[in-house]
Write a new protein. Structure first.
Lengths: 206, 285
């Protein structure tokens, strides 16, 4: 399984380089403005690279080949989830570093707010990952990409609609309880997602 | 004799295509050529052997072990090459060694390096820049570098020029020198199999039509050329298939020596695997 993870990371070598340049650009544009949007961008760009790895696999017809090796289907699926985890964590670390360096350069104080934003985005990125991996295993990387966009648009639409209709959205409340709920939700979603992906993949014919 | 591969009554339905009671063996120490047209069921059979697709019924064993129960152990000991390159464009040959070292217990970087240099493959270039011949040589080198005892090759030589094919066939001949080693090679380039195969298994529309030692086939079978008058004298069980053309009849006979004895004036030629295949598919009974 280590080999499978290594394969994905080696494959992303080129992408990492492009990403680095893009991130530098973003940081230069957004940090002086004190815009926290940049952290979300960074984490999501890293997180979504797991889709890129699967597109590469499809292109090379890798999965059928990998299954001729001493590798089980479960290991292949698990390795994808681990790659997603590694990418999310790397993105989060990069975001944190940019946050710390950025505030230092700008002479501002690194606030708990940035830390909270980064933490929440990290969890949301994991939720999206949990959503898209089973979709990919069911429909393939290209269709799943489109579906993900829909998955993002629907909750945003609902949110927008609620705001338009002046439905009160609870803004106050214990942030710790919210965080705990989000954490539980993410973890539960991740496990459920893995089990669904595994089921789909075990039945797949190449 | 122990078989490297044993398939008994494999059945698999795939939409409107079906494998029907496919059975054959790959005896240890031999090369079995698996032939058939495109869509005859070669790849499906190989995928069933590798557990890439499920099967409806049948028993498949490799090295005497059930392929589902002992899957990991079996896959540690086989090398597989499909008809294309399955490595990602961005990888280098060095990257492949690193990851395969983590996947196979027996991965041997020394052997791998040796194959790379034998095949004249550049060490730190992206695979993107490799030609098709180089990619296939790389796949074969990789398949041999964890010291497998059984090679499964699906159209591994098709689409390659004669020089590269020759080079690759030489590697297979080297591999088979060890009596513990065996090869199952599917191909529609039958001339390659004329050179290296010990047995020929011929699949047509999901059924095995022929499963025979190559020498027996080529020594025994022949093509009788004659007119319609002589053809009408032939017994039904003396020939396998016949084809009619403007000059008369071409008849694939089971035992050319017998025919020669019986009809001393007749012209009976030898036959190649390709001709046998064509007779079976295009000829009439």
């Amino acid at each position: 399984m280590k080999g499978l993870i290594l394969k994905d990371l080696l494959n992303l070598k080129g992408t990492f380089k492009t990403l680095g340049v893009m991130m530098l650009l973003f940081a230069v544009i957004f940090i002086p403005a004190g815009n926290n949007f940049v952290f979300g961008m960074i984490i999501f760009m890293f997180a979504m690279m797991v889709i890129t790895t699967i597109s590469y696999d499809d292109l090379a017809k890798w999965d059928a080949y990998a299954l001729t090796m001493p590798v089980t289907r479960k290991e292949i699926v698990l390795s994808k989830y681990l790659v997603m985890g590694i990418l999310n964590i790397s993105g989060t670390i990069v975001a944190l570093l940019i946050g710390i360096i950025g505030t230092m350069i700008m002479g501002r104080h690194f606030s708990m707010e940035i830390l909270a934003i980064i933490g929440v985005i990290f969890l949301i990125a994991l939720i999206f990952g949990s959503l898209i991996l089973p979709l990919i295993y069911k429909f393939g990387a290209e269709k799943a990409r489109l579906m993900l966009i829909i998955c993002v648009l629907i909750p945003m639409g609902i949110f927008f609609l609620l705001a338009q209709m002046n439905v009160p959205i609870p803004t106050e409340g214990n942030p710790w309880i919210c965080l705990l709920l989000l954490l539980g939700f993410t973890l539960g979603g991740l496990i459920l997602s893995f089990l669904i992906s595994l089921r789909l993949y075990e039945k797949k014919e190449f | 004799m122990i078989n490297a591969l044993e398939i008994r009554n494999l059945n698999k339905k795939y939409g409107d295509f079906q494998l029907k009671d496919v059975s054959f063996n790959v005896p240890k120490g031999s090369i079995v050529g698996f032939i058939g047209e495109n869509g005859a069921g070669k790849t499906t059979t190989l995928k069933a052997i590798l557990n890439l697709v499920g099967r409806d019924s049948g028993i498949i064993e490799m090295m005497g072990m059930d392929i589902i129960k002992e899957e990991k152990k079996i896959k540690e000991n086989i090398g597989v090459v499909f008809d294309g390159c399955n490595f990602h464009d961005n990888l280098t040959t060095g990257d492949i060694s690193k990851m395969m070292g983590c996947i196979y217990e027996n991965w041997n970087p020394v052997i791998y390096k040796k194959y790379l240099s034998n095949f004249k493959l550049p060490e730190n270039k992206n695979i993107k820049e490799f030609s098709r011949g180089m990619k296939m040589k790389l796949q074969i080198g990789v398949a041999l570098s964890h010291e497998p005892t059984f090679l499964i090759l699906d159209e591994a030589t098709s689409g390659l020029d004669p020089i590269v094919r020759e080079e690759i066939l030489d590697v297979f001949m080297d591999f088979i020198q060890d009596e513990e080693h065996s090869i199952l090679i599917s191909s529609h380039i039958t001339s390659d199999l004329d050179k290296i195969a010990d047995y020929i298994v011929f699949i047509h529309q999901g059924e095995i039509l022929l499963n025979e030692e190559k020498e027996t086939l080529l020594d025994g079978m022949g093509v009788l050329k004659c007119g319609s008058e002589e053809f009408s004298k032939l017994d039904q069980d003396e020939y396998i298939r016949y084809r009619k053309n403007q000059f008369g009849y071409e008849i694939l006979v089971k035992d050319k020596w017998n025919i020669k004895k019986k009809y001393p004036e007749a012209i009976v030629d030898g036959v190649s695997i390709e001709e046998i295949m064509l007779f079976y598919i295009k000829g009439e009974k």
